[in-house]
Design a protein around this ligand. Structure first.
Ligand code: ADP
Length: 278
């Protein structure tokens, strides 16, 4: 946008004083559209379970009033819908909190091995019930990153949960951690990989998976209790940690999600600067 504003002639000269302003509206329009889409999507996601709840309440007050069995069944569905709304609101709040902190570098010294161990140990029994062998491979050396422990837990949790949910209900889910030497003067990287043997993801979906509410199969995601916000949360946490998510998938063979984070080398201010460039 280019514009001109006439200014009062304070100098008393005979030429008019004009201030020119230049503004790029493309970026602000794009952000505005994204915001509007997000509000529309969030409202739609919340309206769906709410409509179902209203429908069941009406049925329970009307035709099913005296049907004991139907009442039990409907109440179970209603509880599930209410839980779904709670999950959705919790994920929306998490995303908003993480976004607000996105420009504040995290300061806790975190060993990713501990986070991975805790999350994997907790889920091994549940995975076994679904016929999935959930395994963890970690090196002996510590894998330190400067991070926010709760946010990094959330990242690993979302990736492991997705591998268990979409991993095809069987086979192997492997979580592994490794340190990769940096090229040239760059810091080494800590890589956490979650690999499953599920149906995989077609290439055209991969670039969009971290968009809010984007799902390959909405019905299957909802059935699994997904909100469509998990990978968006992962992306924003990794932005704050100067890390990235790399998704590799081969339809029919499985998916590997890799989190790549800069290693923290203790004591080196140069290292700290390269973690948090000005
Ligand atoms: P959701 O709450 O639906 O799980 P996510 O943001 O975590 O949302 O994931 C987005 C979509 O990516 C999922 O709905 C699913 O279609 C796809 N997806 C994520 N992880 C995997 C995986 N390991 N294998 C296949 N599809 C996956």
């Amino acid at each position: 946008q280019i514009g001109a504003l006439p200014m009062p002639d304070t100098a008393g000269g005979d030429r008019p004083n004009v201030v020119l302003f230049l503004r790029d509206l493309t970026e602000s329009r794009r952000l505005e559209t994204m915001r509007a889409d997000f509000v529309a999507n969030a409202s739609h996601e919340l309206r769906t379970p709410l409509a179902s709840l209203s429908g069941f309440i009406e049925t329970l007050q009307g035709p099913a009033r005296d049907d004991e069995r139907a009442r039990e069944q409907f109440l179970d569905i209603m509880r599930a819908q209410a839980q779904r709304m709670t999950r959705l609101i919790e994920d929306l709040l998490s995303l908003s909190r993480i976004e607000q902190r996105e420009h504040v570098p995290p300061t806790q010294l975190v060993d990713l091995r501990r986070i991975a161990r805790q999350l994997v140990d907790e889920r091994v029994p549940l995975a076994a019930e679904r016929g999935i062998a959930l395994t963890l491979q970690v090196p002996d050396q510590p894998l330190p990153v400067l991070g926010d422990r709760d946010e990094l837990m959330r990242v690993v949790e979302n990736l492991v949960e997705n591998a268990l949910k979409y991993g095809g209900g069987g086979g192997l889910v492997q979580v592994s951690l490794a340190r990769e030497e940096g090229l040239d003067t760059r810091p080494a990287q800590i890589v956490l990989a979650v690999r499953d043997e599920g149906p995989g993801i077609a290439p055209e979906h991969i670039p969009r998976l971290t968009e809010r509410f984007y799902r390959v199969d909405t019905a299957s995601s909802r059935r699994q209790g997904g909100t469509g916000l998990g990978l968006a949360i992962v992306k924003h946490v990794l932005n704050r940690h100067r890390g990235r998510l790399v998704i590799e998938s081969e339809p029919g063979r499985g998916t590997t999600m890799r989190v790549v984070l800069p290693e923290h080398r203790p004591g080196g201010t140069a290292d700290l600067q390269s973690l948090n460039p000005a």
